[in-house]
Structure formats: structure tokens, C-alpha cells
Design a protein around this ligand. Structure first.
Ligand code: ADP
Length: 525
């Protein structure tokens, strides 16, 4: 307890020899107590300090006359100072002072020992673990108490530091965006953080107690859909001492019940005990689904753009080349001039639409979509678009509009694009022999345009995603196999919203689809 040479034990020889035993002297006489690092303090029946071993002399200042005097007072009368504190730094009520408790008859041993905070006479903070027992005379009468205080400052500080580290790690573990799972060497899942639980919930996977069950129930696949053999799995490799990070991280594809894949990038490392034995594995899962989806969409877009531009361009070039050849050979043209021009115009219009979609989508993305509003009859816009589509496709488009104009303040070109998109979709996704219906009406100060088809219908869980950029419903094919970019509805909704209107869909698989939008009616005359 002291840096200097040990103090001699203190025995208050002025006190009367207590009945049955010369109390302090008898307790403290042992050489073991002399050498003991724990402070041992002896009290008489009223709690006066009657002795202490050298460690106690240093701790409570028994060699200082002032302290000695204070401590010689009965414990109940001793001035309650701040010398005994709880671990939280609050003064310990006198009733709970170890010596008072012992003198009440309690034995402070085993789990009943008390941890408390105090200061040495030199002013150093100490955390003590105090035990104590009553001293009984040969007749069983309590004649005093003995308390032993062990300095546990260093141990407690270490515990505090460990607890702090543990709390820091716990916070990192809990708040990490990556999923983290701790697996014991026997495959038992010890812990997983919230991010991991969310990843599992997204896949509809119930957490299992063992990693093998988990892998059996949800076989991890590679990008090609092949089940990844056990030896390549990060868990297995880490269990065999490999640290799998960075470039080596493994991407696993998990089918999710509602369709699509969840793509996880898995890293991992072995956990070792102090002897270096592998006792478990930590796996980190990073959700890269969105990244992979975007990459695939980018490729799809390229493919569709190339395909959609290639077809009209090739057809146009073919016509032009054939025409040139015939002209060179002095033969009459393949097609009369006006027909050739209208074929060319059709091809160019297709290309123009594709480019328009890409241009408007970019503007929507950048937030720079502007609309030039003027007063238009939305019913007339619908009739014009229906007639144009009917002419191109030869399909029946039945239009129902009120007898009087339905005036709205709109950018006619853009709203025309919306009507064209809905009509094109209705026509291209429904069988050629089924008509498409366009209805225009008004209600609650709004114009309402409804485009209905008798096509395949759209599953309800897909409907909320239809208006997202590049979203295409798997399994719904166009009648001519031409595909699409998944931009039409995204653009259309953005245009309608820009006009303070709304857009939506009602559909059921096997019962066709009804797309609608509304726009505020013009209030000017
Ligand atoms: P695109 O038709 O170019 O793919 P859209 O944004 O217009 O893009 O449509 C998105 C997806 O919504 C389509 O790919 C298709 O799967 C689905 N869809 C749109 N309209 C209909 C419809 N009338 N009937 C069935 N599915 C439709």
C-alpha cells in the first residue's frame, strides 16, 4: 500500500484489555498480517479503531495523531466525512459502512463483501473491496469487528477500460451498415447485429441457430445461379484460418420469395483465443443488390437502345441502298417517293421517340424538366393520339370523350407524350385482337384520362414499382417482342406531377390494366 518502508502495526495500548482477549494485539500479532498487502483494521464493540496492520496504517493514516484521534471515537459518533464513497462517488451512508454492518452482526464475506471508493491520506483515489467479520469472545459475545480492505483499484480500472472498449465495440457492432455475424467453431450462430437481421428479414429468412441449417435452407449461389460449394464459402475458409477481405470477398446471390435476388458481398476472418486456436468466425455481409441491379440495368439499357436504334436504321439503309441501286441501273424505284418517305418517317419517328424518352428521363433526373403551359383540350389531344396510333398499328382504339372540350393548362407536347406512352403500352402489351379504350371525363375540378387494355394485367406487388426508372415487369412481354426501356411510365408520371396532376394504375393478373392520370381543369376562359 505504500512506496516507503512498511509502517509498524498500530495497537492502541491505552484501551482497556477487552474481556476474553487483548483484542487488537491478539488479532494483529500474526506475522502474516504484518506482511499482508490488504489493510486489516480492528474495531472494538463500539466501533473505535483499536488497531491496524501496516497496510491499514498507510491507508487510513493511523500513524497521524489527528486521524488516530478521530478514529478513536465510537463509530456512531464519528464525524461522517466523505472518506467512504460508493463506486459512483456518492457518500456511503453510515448505516452501510462495513464496520457498522459487521458490528450489527453481519458477516461480509464471499459475495457479501463491499466495493467502495475512498482516498488515502495522501489523497489518492482507491477502490477497495472490504470484507469483515465480528470478533467474538470465548462466550460468543461480540467484542469487536475486524475488516480487511483489499486495494482493487488497478483491477477495477482495467474492468472499466474493458467495459468501455466493450461498449465501443458494441456500438460499432450495432450501428454498422454491414451485417455482422459471429459464428462459433461448431457452427452455432452466437450473435448477429441489427443490419444482419434486416438483411435476413428482407429475404424472408428466419434466423437459424446453426450456419449449416441456414445454408441448407437458403443455398448460396453465384451470379450464374450455381450453388457455391462449401469449400468456397467464406465461413468454411475462415474456419480454416483464411482471412477473406477486399477483392477476395465472395458475392452470393440469394433468391428472395417475391422474386429477384439479394446480392451479398461476404468477407470474414477467424476468431482466435489467446493461444491462437480458432474458436469461431466473424462474417460481414454487405448488400450490393442495388449496385448489381444498376449495372444490369445499364447493360439492359445499352442493349435496348442499340436494338431499338438498329432496327429502323438498318431498314432505312436497306431501302436507300436498294433505291440507289435501282436508280443506278435505270430501273423504276422500289417504292413511289411518297411511300418511301412515309416508311422513312415511321422509322425516324421511332428513333425520335426513343431519344425523346432518354432526353426527358435525363431532365427528370436532373430536375430540369420544364413545361410551357397553354390552354388545350385534353380530349382532343387523346383523339389525335388515338387516331395516330390506330393508323400505325391498325389496332382498334375506342375513344370516349365528353361532347364539350375539356380545357387544361398544359404543355401539349409533353402531355401528348404521356397519352402516347399509355396508349403504346396498352397496345404493345395486349393481344392484337383486343381493343384498347381511352376515356376522358371530369370530376372534382380535375380532368381524368383513363387508358384501359385487356392485356395480361400486372401483379399487385409490382404496381408500386411500375413508375420507377427502368423498371420492367418480368414475364410481361410485348406482343412484337420489341422490349422497352422501362422509362415511359417514369417519364409520364414526372410530366403529370409537373402539371400538378396524379397518375396511377389499377390492374389484376388476367384482367387487363387501367392506367389513369388527372390534371387540374383550366379555370381561365
Ligand atoms: P417499357 O414499356 O418501355 O418497358 P414503361 O415504363 O412504359 O416501359 O413500362 C414499364 C413496365 O410496366 C413495362 O416494361 C411492362 O412490364 C409494364 N407495363 C406497362 N404498361 C403495361 C400494360 N398496359 N400492361 C401490362 N404491363 C404493362
Amino acid at each position: 500500500m505504500s512506496d516507503t518502508s512498511p509502517s509498524p502495526a498500530y495497537v492502541d495500548s491505552s484501551l482497556p484489555v477487552l474481556p476474553g482477549s487483548p483484542l487488537a494485539a491478539s488479532v494483529l500479532s500474526s506475522a502474516i498480517l504484518e506482511a499482508l498487502a490488504d489493510a486489516v483494521i480492528v474495531y472494538d464493540a463500539v466501533g473505535r479503531v483499536v488497531g491496524g496492520n501496516p497496510a491499514a496504517v498507510d491507508l487510513i493514516g493511523l500513524d497521524l495523531p489527528g486521524r488516530r484521534k478521530a478514529l478513536a471515537a465510537p463509530i456512531g459518533e464519528r464525524e461522517a466525512g466523505a472518506e467512504l464513497l460508493t463506486l459512483q462517488g456518492e457518500p456511503l451512508p453510515r448505516d452501510e459502512w462495513p464496520a457498522v454492518r459487521v458490528l450489527r452482526g453481519e458477516a461480509l464475506t464471499g459475495e457479501h463483501t463491499v466495493d467502495l471508493l475512498t482516498h488515502t491520506v495522501a489523497g489518492q483515489e482507491r477502490i477497495l473491496n472490504v470484507s469483515g467479520a465480528p470478533l467474538l469472545d470465548s462466550g460468543g459475545e461480540m467484542v469487536g469487528a475486524v475488516c480487511a480492505a483489499r486495494d482493487i483499484t488497478a483491477r477495477k480500472q482495467l474492468e472499466y477500460q474493458l467495459a468501455e472498449r466493450a461498449a465501443e465495440l458494441e456500438t460499432i457492432f450495432a450501428t454498422q451498415v454491414e451485417g455482422v455475424v459471429l459464428i462459433a467453431a461448431d457452427g452455432h450462430i452466437v450473435r448477429m447485429n441489427e443490419a444482419q437481421q434486416r438483411l435476413l428479414a428482407a429475404r424472408g429468412i428466419e434466423p437459424t441457430a446453426r450456419i449449416e441449417t441456414w445454408a441448407q435452407q437458403n443455398p448460396p449461389c453465384d451470379a450464374a445461379g450455381q450453388v457455391v460449394p462449401r469449400e468456397r464459402l467464406v465461413y468454411y475458409r475462415a474456419l480454416h484460418g483464411e482471412t477473406v477481405t477486399g477483392e477476395q470477398a465472395l458475392e452470393l446471390y440469394h433468391r428472395i420469395p417475391e422474386g429477384g435476388d439479394l446480392v451479398l458481398r461476404i468477407s470474414g476472418a477467424p476468431v482466435r483465443d489467446p493461444q491462437g486456436h480458432i474458436v469461431g468466425v466473424v462474417l460481414t455481409s454487405y448488400d450490393v443488390t442495388q449496385q448489381r441491379l444498376l449495372e444490369r440495368q445499364r447493360l439492359d439499357i445499352m442493349r435496348v437502345v442499340v436494338h431499338d436504334l438498329n432496327n429502323p436504321v438498318s431498314a432505312l439503309r436497306l431501302y436507300v441502298q436498294m433505291q440507289q441501286r435501282r436508280l443506278a441501273q435505270g430501273q423504276p424505284p422500289l417504292l413511289p417517293g411518297d411511300q418511301l418517305l412515309s416508311q422513312m418517317d415511321y422509322g425516324l419517328a421511332r428513333m425520335q421517340r426513343l431519344l425523346d424518352d432518354l432526353r426527358v428521363a435525363t431532365k427528370v433526373e436532373l430536375g430540369t424538366l420544364d413545361v410551357q403551359r397553354t390552354r388545350h383540350d385534353v380530349a382532343a389531344l387523346c383523339r389525335e393520339e388515338a387516331a395516330a396510333q390506330q393508323a400505325v398499328t391498325g389496332r382498334a382504339v375506342q375513344v370516349q370523350t365528353p361532347p364539350q372540350p375539356v380545357w387544361v393548362e398544359v404543355d401539349a407536347e409533353r402531355i401528348g407524350q404521356v397519352i402516347a406512352n399509355l396508349l403504346t403500352n396498352a397496345l404493345k402489351y395486349s393481344p392484337p385482337d383486343r381493343p384498347v379504350y381511352v376515356t376522358v371525363g371530369t370530376a372534382d375540378g380535375m380532368a381524368r384520362v383513363v387508358v384501359r387494355d385487356e392485356g395480361p394485367g400486372i401483379p399487385s406487388h409490382e404496381q408500386q414499382h411500375l413508375f420507377e426508372q427502368f423498371h420492367r415487369v418480368a414475364g410481361i412481354e410485348t406482343q412484337d417482342g420489341s422490349g422497352g426501356l422501362g422509362l415511359g411510365l417514369y417519364i409520364s408520371k414526372a410530366i403529370v406531377t409537373q402539371h400538378d396532376g396524379e397518375m396511377g394504375v389499377e390492374s389484376a393478373v388476367g384482367h387487363g390494366s387501367t392506367f389513369w392520370f388527372n390534371l387540374p381543369l383550366s379555370t381561365s376562359t
